[in-house]
Design a protein around this ligand. Structure first.
Ligand code: DAH
Length: 336
């Protein structure tokens, strides 16, 4: 019996190798695999095999059937594809499969919008490195030697003299070191702070810095520029105010608030019941900063401002947790 099985196997291999169309293949199927075919007959014969041989013969018979079936299926698929008969493989009436195209991250979209608005106001775009000197990040910007931001707790120091920049303001220094007034530039980029990660703070975020220096630049111009920016970015349905503040590199300094979107100024969780949302810091460039870059502060005045992009977008789109920006969860990203 084992002999017969092995011969059947050989015969089938031989015959299938000569099949060249579906009709011949169907004949071969009937001969070997149909209910009265050779293999079914062999299974019938299994009954007559002595009991002790049954397991071995049965096993070999099963192998034969599987091998024949597989060879048959493979060739059938091939022949169908060749003859164009395979309706399942190609159905030209089906709609095409859409390619899913990626989109810009919401932070990049927000940054692009900010850039477009400031370009329209006559600002160019400058960039600086994320690994910055302590001098550019702090000293040149008039931070006192014992300022708390210089603490390792707040800043990622690389060594004594270098750090990951904590804000984009050092790019102001680089721009002024390389260029004489007039200057009108915005400076976007990543900044780093050694903070505990939570819904409200992250060790990395993005800022846009702004700088304008020329003869006779005034605080009124600063206000005009920033109000124009905010109107274009947030629309006209809000009030704004400038609140006195302090930054080492500007004097006087201010923070700009706009009416809270959520409660329209009535007071809610978003604005911590004040009715106002802070959107940026700004001020007139401190004469000490001009001195550090070799500008004549008798001749020139200027203003500067800085805003966090995550914060700006959090306020515009009511995003509940800053970590969402960095987790790359498509369910979040696809909403924008
Ligand atoms: N560098 C400040 C910060 O990180 C933001 C800032 C405030 C920038 C006032 C400025 C400015 O240029 O004038 O909080």
């Amino acid at each position: 019996m084992l002999q017969t099985i092995s011969e059947t196997n050989k015969n089938f291999s031989n015959e299938i190798s000569q099949v060249s169309d579906l009709k011949q293949l169907e004949n071969l199927r009937i001969k070997y695999l149909s209910r009265k075919g050779i293999i079914a007959t062999l299974f019938e014969d299994l009954k007559t095999v002595p009991k002790e041989d049954k397991p071995a013969v049965g096993k070999s018979l099963n192998e034969l059937r599987n091998s024949v079936q597989t060879q048959f299926d493979t060739l059938k698929e091939k022949l169908e594809a060749l003859s164009g008969n395979n309706k399942q493989a190609v159905d030209f009436t089906l709609p095409g499969r859409g390619k899913s195209v990626g989109s810009k991250h919401i932070l990049i979209q927000t940054l692009d919008e900010i850039k477009t608005i400031f370009r329209g106001l006559g600002f160019s775009i400058a960039e600086g490195p994320e690994l910055e000197s302590d001098y550019n990040n702090f000293s040149a910007l008039n931070f006192a030697p014992d300022h708390p931001a210089r603490d390792m707790q707040d800043t990622f120091f690389i060594n004594k003299d270098y750090l990951l920049r904590t804000h984009t303001s050092p790019v102001q220094i680089r721009v002024m070191q390389n260029q004489q007034p007039p200057v009108r530039a915005i400076m976007p980029g990543k900044v780093y702070r050694n903070e505990a990660i939570s819904a409200r703070s992250y060790c990395l975020f993005h800022q846009v810095e702004g700088l304008c220096v020329d003869k006779g630049v005034t605080f009124a111009e600063l206000k005009g520029t920033l109000v124009s920016f905010a109107r274009q970015f947030y629309g006209s349905g809000f009030k704004y105010r400038f609140r006195p503040s302090f930054f080492p590199f500007t004097e006087p300094s201010a923070e700009m608030d706009i009416t809270c979107f959520l409660c329209k100024g009535k007071g809610c969780r978003m604005c911590k019941q004040t009715g106002w949302l802070e959107i940026l810091g700004c001020g007139m460039v401190d004469p000490n900063v001009f001195k550090n870059v070799g500008y004549d502060s008798e001749k020139y005045t200027g203003y500067a401002f800085g805003m966090g992009i995550e914060r700006i977008a959090i306020l515009k789109y009511d995003i509940p947790d800053i970590r969402l920006y960095f987790e790359n969860d498509l369910r979040f990203l696809k909403q924008f």
